[in-house]
Ligand binder design. Structure first.
Ligand SMILES: [Mg+2]
Length: 251
């Protein structure tokens, strides 16, 4: 694939939760998303602005749906924190080929352990993940309090699993898989260049996006630490912030 715009950037790699949709279960701002869709229609038709694709910890089915909504018919999107690519051009899914049966076995064992430790306290394993586990509990302070124990239990068993927290979820991901490794795969397969790629994200998991792009923007609702490293912080939240960042990129 070769895609070159007449602007400075060809591609924007954007996180979903806290950027294009609220991380909570609140309704998605469809008016805002429709403006992203219009942006992408023009980008692909006129090659006068960068295409927006997605890079998220969400299950790949959720990412596929958002990718179709924002009219990205061209560039692969990334789900499950780097486990999956979905290619809108030919409807193909690709799991990271470095994930072995042993890795999947460790994730399976982790699921069993987490169920035995926390199911009775109401901790839910988010459905739809295939090589990682995401945990949710309505009491976020409680969820936050169990992170160190989970990390310890995994370490004791030598499982190659990283434990991190977003605003509302605990993510347990294979250590050697992250948003950056998936972006590497995307770039190799598509020919996009780091120098002509920008990124958008709101939490520390998105540092893996930031380190693979040449320019990084944050919406106003982002974590302070993420804002500190960004090239631009929008005064607007979530999708309004992303639209503002896209204007900034084109300006
Ligand atoms: Mg996010």
């Amino acid at each position: 694939m070769s895609f070159r715009t007449n602007g400075r950037y060809d591609l924007v790699i954007c996180d979903i939760d806290g950027c294009l949709s609220p991380e909570s279960h609140a309704p998605i701002n469809i008016l805002g998303l429709s403006k992203i869709a219009e942006h992408n229609r023009r980008a692909i038709q006129n090659r006068d602005r960068p295409v927006v694709t997605l890079c998220s910890g969400r299950p790949i089915g959720f990412v596929e749906c958002l990718c179709r909504l924002i009219q990205n018919t061209l560039v692969p999107c990334i789900g499950e924190n780097g486990v999956w690519l979905w290619r809108p051009a030919d409807n193909s899914f690709e799991c990271d080929p470095s994930i072995s049966d042993e890795h999947l076995e460790a994730v399976h064992e982790a699921r069993k352990l987490l169920r035995s430790l926390y199911q009775s306290s109401g901790v839910i394993q988010q459905p739809g993940k295939s090589a990682s586990v995401a945990l949710y509990h309505p009491d976020t302070a409680y969820l936050r309090s169990i992170v160190p124990t989970i990390a310890e239990e995994f370490q004791k068993r030598n499982w190659p699993i990283r434990v991190s927290m977003t605003w509302l979820y605990i993510n347990c991901d294979l250590q050697h898989i992250n948003k950056a490794t998936a972006i590497d795969r995307l770039m190799i397969q598509t020919g996009f260049e780091r120098e002509r790629t920008a990124g958008i994200g709101d939490t520390m998991g998105d540092r893996f996006i930031a380190e693979r792009v040449s320019w990084f923007g944050c919406p106003a609702n982002s974590e302070a630490e993420m804002k500190g490293t960004a090239d631009y912080v929008s005064p607007h939240d979530e999708v309004e912030g992303v639209l503002d960042i896209l204007r900034e990129l084109e300006g």
